[in-house]
Design a binder for this molecule. Structure first.
Ligand code: ATP
Length: 237
């Protein structure tokens, strides 16, 4: 569903991502983890078509992003780590704009604002919303189409426990109906809980790809130990 092949991106002479390849299958939730500056956002933004990679290819639901960008993006939802909004547009106007851009009108029997608990806030402006509500607005704007591929950059960071629970539920629900989900996070215990597989980036390269179930039964420690080992830290004996 999400296919990344030999992705490479340089900023000036510095390589941010090198030779990155992986696949996320329908129904899978895969975590992209790595130290600050490892290349996670560069990888996710390349998949979302926000930045143009120098090398390699991305296919979304079998459609090549470089040659058919509009068709590929029709199948994709991207959630940035800090979603940005238009200050002078209400919650409802943001959703209407998102729908208009994709050529669809609001359906009364499936109101995405109600789905994300935003119905009461439909006349409010983004700067009047909490971080969790802004996150929900961003999700409502990209998920109403039920896209086949979800790419989320740090979707759980900065949320309170209820926001984390709600976001996890949204991610699980989309995966359960067959969407491929790729997310980055530094919150390893949540990655371990939510993802079936992790891809570890270090210095812009993939240094490990592991099934979470194979890491061990204790919740946080196995992934933390793997992370530290793969990213050059010292592992306690
Ligand atoms: P973090 O966990 O801190 O969000 P990350 O894994 O998402 O980090 P990236 O943001 O992809 O890492 O950055 C990868 C490398 O590319 C870093 O060395 C970063 O300094 C560099 N980089 C990212 N964006 C730019 C840019 N616009 N111009 C120049 N260098 C950049």
């Amino acid at each position: 569903m999400i296919e990344v092949e030999r992705l490479g991106k340089k900023y000036g002479t510095r390589a941010a991502v090198r030779d990155v390849s992986f696949v996320v299958q329908p129904g899978e939730v895969v975590g992209l983890i790595g130290l600050n500056g490892a290349g996670k956002t560069t990888t996710l933004q390349s998949i979302a078509g926000i930045i143009r990679p120098d090398e390699g290819s991305v296919r979304i639901a079998g459609v090549d992003l470089a040659t058919h960008p509009v068709a590929a993006k029709q199948e994709l939802a991207f959630l940035a780590d800090e979603p940005e909004f238009f200050e002078y547009m209400t919650v409802e106007e943001h959703l209407l704009l998102a729908m208009k851009l994709y050529g669809t009108q609001v359906s009364t029997d499936a109101d995405p604002l109600a789905t994300f608990g935003l119905h009461e806030m439909r006349s409010q402006f983004p700067n009047e919303l909490s971080r969790g509500m802004r996150q929900k607005l961003a999700m409502a704007c990209v998920l109403w189409r039920s896209p086949k591929a979800l790419v989320f950059d740090e979707p759980l960071t900065g949320l309170d426990p209820v926001g984390i629970r709600d976001t996890k539920e949204v991610i699980r629900a989309h995966a359960a109906r067959g969407a491929a989900v790729l997310l980055s996070s530094h919150l390893l215990h949540l990655v371990q809980e939510l993802c079936s597989r992790v891809i570890v980036l270090d210095g812009g390269r993939v240094v490990g790809e592991h099934e979470v179930a194979a890491l061990g039964r204790r919740v946080e420690e196995p992934l933390e130990r793997l992370f530290v080992a793969l990213t050059g830290g010292v592992v306690d004996p």
